[in-house]
Design a protein around this ligand. Structure first.
Ligand SMILES: Cc1cc2nc3c(=O)[nH]c(=O)nc-3n(C[C@H](O)[C@H](O)[C@H](O)COP(=O)(O)O)c2cc1C
Length: 182
């Protein structure tokens, strides 16, 4: 619980079939007193709508780095946040972060933050995507730079495969966040 002291979390939602789980996590965090700012990636918007997160958090969802009046969000959010979480993190996003691409808000925030605030990555993808050297090596590099890569779960995946790569469940992610701030 964090009701006595507000903790600020940037929740970035990537383009995975598991994006709906971010709504459950956002709901839990808000109900436990955390302050949330959500960012939807271009891919994330194909899976879940921004009204869901605006409704849950009471804050407009960010995403477009070129929106009028929002040009310095990538700088301001790194100052504002206590924790920055990418949940779910797609294979595409993981490889982009590893390359330092900053052509959207998530990429620009990653560089502007430069590990001043904790940056967590919760991968969610098909087992073969997760095992691909492009992705597995990117995760190793990101971990070596200082990102916390959350474990994936095992089980049946949306595509029908069995194995690793399922997004860490919202309740388990919430527990890690609570422990982090304890
Ligand atoms: C139905 C569907 C489900 C997908 N699920 C995943 C997924 O779970 N993980 C993943 O890495 N990519 C998945 N993809 C591919 C990503 O959505 C795609 O690479 C996208 O560009 C990622 O967006 P982002 O970079 O904004 O996260 C899926 C694509 C489709 C059409």
């Amino acid at each position: 619980m964090c009701r006595s002291e507000s903790h600020r979390i940037v929740l970035q939602i990537g383009g995975s079939i598991a994006a709906f789980k971010a709504a459950a996590l956002a709901s839990k965090l808000v109900s436990e007193g955390y302050e949330l700012q959500c960012i939807l990636s271009e891919g994330g918007r194909r899976f879940i709508g921004e009204s869901t997160f605006e409704g849950l958090t009471g804050r407009p969802v960010l995403g477009d780095i070129f929106s009028a009046g929002r040009a310095l969000d990538h700088i301001a959010l790194a100052d504002w946040a206590d924790l920055i979480l990418l949940y779910p993190a797609s294979a595409n996003r993981i490889c982009r972060l590893r390359s330092g691409l900053a052509d959207d808000l998530i990429g620009a925030l990653f560089l502007a933050n430069n590990f001043r605030k904790p940056w967590w990555i919760a991968p969610a993808m098909n087992i073969n995507m997760l095992r691909h050297p492009a992705v597995s090596q990117a995760l190793e590099i990101l971990g070596g730079w200082g990102c916390r890569v959350l474990p994936t779960g095992r089980g049946r995946q949306a595509c029908g495969s069995e194995g690793e790569g399922r997004l860490l469940e919202p309740d388990d992610t919430f527990k890690l966040i609570r422990e982090h701030f304890a």
